[in-house]
Design a protein around this ligand. Structure first.
Ligand SMILES: *[C@@H]1O[C@H](CO)[C@@H](O)[C@H](O)[C@H]1NC(C)=O
Ligand SMILES: *[C@@H]1O[C@H](CO)[C@@H](O)[C@H](O)[C@H]1NC(C)=O
Ligand SMILES: *[C@@H]1O[C@H](CO)[C@@H](O)[C@H](O)[C@H]1NC(C)=O
Ligand SMILES: *[C@@H]1O[C@H](CO)[C@@H](O)[C@H](O)[C@H]1NC(C)=O
Ligand SMILES: *[C@@H]1O[C@H](CO)[C@@H](O)[C@H](O)[C@H]1NC(C)=O
Ligand SMILES: *[C@@H]1O[C@H](CO)[C@@H](O)[C@H](O)[C@H]1NC(C)=O
Ligand SMILES: *[C@@H]1O[C@H](CO)[C@@H](O)[C@H](O)[C@H]1NC(C)=O
Ligand SMILES: *[C@@H]1O[C@H](CO)[C@@H](O)[C@H](O)[C@H]1NC(C)=O
Ligand SMILES: *[C@@H]1O[C@H](CO)[C@@H](O)[C@H](O)[C@H]1NC(C)=O
Ligand SMILES: *[C@@H]1O[C@H](CO)[C@@H](O)[C@H](O)[C@H]1NC(C)=O
Ligand SMILES: *[C@@H]1O[C@H](CO)[C@@H](O)[C@H](O)[C@H]1NC(C)=O
Ligand SMILES: *[C@@H]1O[C@H](CO)[C@@H](O)[C@H](O)[C@H]1NC(C)=O
Length: 762
């Protein structure tokens, strides 16, 4: 029996809006906006590129041989050695796919590396590092036989300043987030592994992200412009780079769950952005059977969820078409062939360290790149009278709980943020922080603590060390040359932060500073951490945001502290003077309603765009970071390419994965000269901000990092694409390039240190 398309559409429409838990009455749901129905799911065809076409050819031939039972089987998860295992087809030798966390290192097994977190990588502002990171990570996934790496992260983007997971990704600016997602996808997939870009979409807080005894999950209600210009933007880069998988999110959008929101999945992702790969649910994110199938979900994890035999039944009774089921399977197999995974791919080899097993070391020489990225992501924000770099001090004092790995059972390496229990345990048992908590954490093979690396250096300098990791008011010896104070700010999946600072740590810093005329503070933080309790203290001579640097933490820090590496990291968040300066998006949205709503009324105005609009002076602005040298900017030049500047991209051009191909055409090149005017070699991150009419006064639209010798110069060139210059036109449902208006262009060292300006006219 088959129901008509019209009936299916109505059933699906209702299911999309009244999430099928049985006790919802649609007329009582306080709706912000209905999520518009978009059906049916476009069938993946490989039409967007020859590589996808070849993959689809193989996938379609494979799927043609499957029984209904076998098709259903590969759309679901099974318990196995990986965190996710899709069903297999033993009859035809398809083993199913192995899925593993996390975006900064494989979480769980031994002999894997702990890379810096996504936010730390972003703080390097270095596209080459972003690619190399994806490549090295991909090599480890490949080595362990993992088909699908659950990363990169571009959502949460970081709307909520105190959000628990913002640190996993590049932070609240969509441009840098897009570059990073694209580079990591390219690197990971160059290593042969399917990148699963996540979380699609608007999963911006932890509180009530899942249904609970209180009611449904939070509904993120964002308008179409905000979705396009802010939250979906970075995913366009991931798609353009070829991401072969996307993970749908836990929370609701316009009251429709993330994995059954047809507008987001069928509409924006699979139609507008031309996605050819598969959509996998976040773990246990599926909230209905027929509705998820028809809205565009392709694989449910970690088990059968609402599918399994129910999906076979739904196909038999016509609520889900056989074409849809074929499409789910074809998309999965196409991704598998797209990455060449049927050619001698290593067998999945994921063991818990608790079980005896052969050694499989996949780390290669990744410790080198981890150390380099670690150093490049350290951000120097205060440095009075060149107190850094350290000049072989002989008497060094180290203070604070964050300096050393603690001699405590909770903090052995397997548990560095490695499980949810630790997320709470860390509060009392914390040691040095190299990553934060939840499924985005990793499993370091060892940890180079700041204390270890500093001590090694002091030994080499024939010095003396004093330390106290516990006291809030440690004794400072009068003859000490420098006091290094280590504090941190933790965050994790599953809860949001309640504060951007803590009293113990602030008291510790102030107490040391009041007794030590050369106090250097290092903060390891998951997200923004305010510092106004002590930043202006006259004895605090230097401050470094150390981020979440991964296993080589201490080495990376010492490289910067002693000047072997000139600091070049820059902030990817605004650091406010006080928490409340972040406004309505400081806290996650708290509600005890059965249908909690979070209205994204601020639109695209988060982080520096909000501070700029409200004219709030930050402590340290987005893009800020000091160096041991100085740079001068000159010679701004703007040139136009031959590409069309028509208001909209051409009609009658098929989309590619990532959207309309003309969105990626370069319309203008902007270049500038940067000269190193100081006394040491160093890298500078030059940033381009654009004033697009009818949008925030300045938006990041380019960055280039150049390593420049003393007295040397470098020319940096920024490519501005059609998308970079456009706004989203809701009525036309197209990206609009506004003509007859001027676009101010700024090039500088941060979002508020704008050294050069010019104008683009279209
Ligand atoms: C749903 O709510 C509306 C408005 O409160 C009410 O009129 C209707 O009877 C309710 N329907 C059900 C099935 O409870
Ligand atoms: C969200 O917006 C809707 C529609 O404007 C409004 O009715 C509702 O009160 C808002 N909810 C919150 C929590 O602000
Ligand atoms: C959510 O609702 C807003 C307001 O009606 C609309 O602009 C937007 O496109 C909707 N988005 C989705 C994914 O439903
Ligand atoms: C479905 O997948 C499971 C797990 O891989 C496998 O054991 C089972 O044989 C598969 N079923 C069929 C019908 O192929
Ligand atoms: C993979 O390749 C082998 C050898 O060419 C072939 O026998 C097998 O059917 C292929 N498996 C799939 C899933 O395509
Ligand atoms: C089928 O659906 C029911 C609820 O509708 C659920 O309890 C069951 O677990 C589902 N899954 C399978 C594999 O049958
Ligand atoms: C078809 O089967 C599915 C899965 O068991 C079920 O949820 C749905 O209500 C059925 N639809 C009809 C029209 O029988
Ligand atoms: C920095 O140097 C200036 C000039 O030598 C001096 O007046 C000032 O006290 C120094 N500041 C600190 C914090 O050492
Ligand atoms: C680390 O421990 C200190 C001292 O017990 C505590 O004040 C601080 O809040 C902890 N930090 C985190 C991030 O849990
Ligand atoms: C944020 O939440 C805290 C409670 O954790 C509350 O005291 C504070 O007023 C809230 N601030 C804003 C700006 O919403
Ligand atoms: C700075 O350090 C010196 C030396 O320990 C101390 O005498 C002085 O009081 C400190 N200054 C402040 C403002 O605490
Ligand atoms: C642009 O640069 C000129 C100097 O070249 C400066 O006078 C002017 O204030 C700048 N304009 C803006 C808007 O920054």
């Amino acid at each position: 029996m088959k129901t008509s398309i019209a009936t299916q559409a109505i059933v699906a429409f209702l299911a999309n809006h009244v999430d099928a838990l049985g006790w919802t009455n649609v007329s009582e749901v306080p709706l912000y906006g209905l999520s518009p129905p978009v059906y049916p799911t476009p069938q993946g065809s490989g039409s967007t590129s020859p590589a996808w076409a070849a993959a689809y050819g193989k996938a379609e031939a494979f799927v043609a041989q499957l029984t209904l039972e076998e098709k259903m089987n590969v759309t679901r998860g099974y318990t196995g050695t990986c965190v996710g295992n899709s069903g297999s087809v033993p009859r035809l030798g398809f083993k199913g796919l192995c899925f593993e966390d996390a975006p900064s290192g494989i979480r769980g097994p031994d002999f894997v590396s702990a890379f810096p977190a996504g936010s730390h990588l972003a703080a390097t502002w270095d596209k080459d590092y972003m690619y190399q990171y994806g490549k090295a990570l991909g090599e480890e996934y490949y080595g362990k036989g993992v088909n699908v790496a659950l990363g990169p992260v571009g959502g949460p983007l970081g709307r909520v300043t105190r959000g628990g997971r913002g640190w996993e990704g590049p932070g609240p600016d969509p441009y840098i987030a897009g570059i990073q997602m694209g580079e990591i996808v390219t690197g990971t997939q160059d290593a042969g592994v399917i990148a699963c870009s996540k979380h699609w979409l608007l999963n911006e807080q932890e509180y009530r992200r899942l249904p609970s005894a209180l009611g449904e999950s939070l509904s993120s209600n964002a308008d179409d412009v905000t979705i396009h210009e802010l939250y979906a933007w970075p995913f366009m880069n991931a798609l353009r780079a070829g991401t072969a998988a996307i993970m749908c999110s836990y929370q609701r959008t316009n009251n429709s769950y993330g994995c059954q929101n047809s507008k987001l999945l069928n509409g924006i992702l699979k139609t507008e952005f031309g996605f050819e790969g598969f959509v996998v649910s976040d773990w246990d994110a599926q909230q209905s059977g027929v509705a998820t199938a028809n809205a565009g979900l392709d694989i449910v994890m970690p088990d059968g969820g609402y599918w399994g035999n129910n999906l076979t039944q739904a196909v038999n009774n016509g609520s889900v078409s056989i074409d849809r089921l074929d499409d789910m399977v074809t998309r999965q197999l196409a991704a598998f062939y797209f990455l060449g995974q049927n050619e001698s791919y290593p067998k999945a080899n994921i063991y818990s360290a608790l079980v005896q097993h052969p050694v499989l070391d996949v780390r290669g020489d990744h410790d080198k790149i981890i150390r380099e990225i670690g150093a490049a992501g350290h951000i120097l924000v205060k440095n009075v009278n060149n107190s850094l770099p350290l000049k072989a001090p002989r008497h060094v004092s180290v203070f604070g709980y964050d300096a050393e790995v603690k001699a405590n059972p909770w903090t052995n390496p397997a548990r560095f943020g490695g499980g949810y229990e630790v997320n709470f345990g860390w509060q009392t048992f914390n040691g040095t922080m190299i990553t934060a908590g939840g499924s985005g954490s990793n499993t370091p093979p060892y940890v180079i603590s700041p204390f270890k690396a500093i001590q090694d250096r002091v030994i080499a300098d024939r010095g003396t060390m004093r330390w106290d990791f516990f006291s809030v008011d440690p004794t400072v010896e009068a003859s000490t040359d420098v006091c290094l104070v280590f504090i941190n700010a933790y965050a994790s999946e599953s809860f949001d932060r309640l504060s951007l600072s803590d009293e113990f740590s602030d008291n510790l810093v102030n107490n040391v500073a009041s007794n030590c005329a050369n106090t250097v503070v290092v903060l390891h933080t998951a997200g923004p951490r305010v510092v106004d309790a002590w930043i202006e203290h006259e004895n605090i001579t230097a401050v470094i945001y150390g981020g979440l640097p991964g296993q080589e933490s201490g080495h990376s820090l010492v490289d910067v502290l002693y000047g072997d590496v000139t600091p070049s990291g820059k902030l990817v968040h605004t650091i406010a003077k006080q928490d409340s300066d972040y406004g309505n998006v400081l806290n996650s949205s708290v509600s005890f309603d059965a249908f909690p709503q979070s209205n994204f009324t601020e639109g695209v105005y988060i982080d520096y765009k909000y501070f700029d609009r409200e004219n709030i002076e930050p402590r340290f602005e987005f893009g800020f970071g000091l160096s041991y040298t100085t740079f001068e900017y000159s010679n701004l030049a703007i040139s136009q390419s031959a590409a069309s500047t028509a208001a909209y991209p051409s009609a009658n051009v098929s989309v590619v994965q990532g959207g309309h191909p003309e969105l990626w055409e370069v319309l203008f090149n902007v270049s500038a000269t940067i000269t190193n005017t100081g006394s040491v070699a160093g890298a500078e991150v030059a940033q381009l901000y654009l004033g697009i009419p009818n949008a925030p006064i300045r938006q990041l639209r380019g960055f280039e990092k150049a390593l420049i010798p003393v007295n040397g110069s470098a020319t940096v060139t920024f490519e501005l694409t059609r998308r970079d210059l456009s706004i989203w036109d809701v009525v036309a449902q197209k990206w609009l390039l506004q003509g007859g208006v001027d676009y101010p262009v700024y090039v500088g060292a941060s979002s508020r240190d704008l050294r050069l300006n010019g104008t683009i006219s279209i």
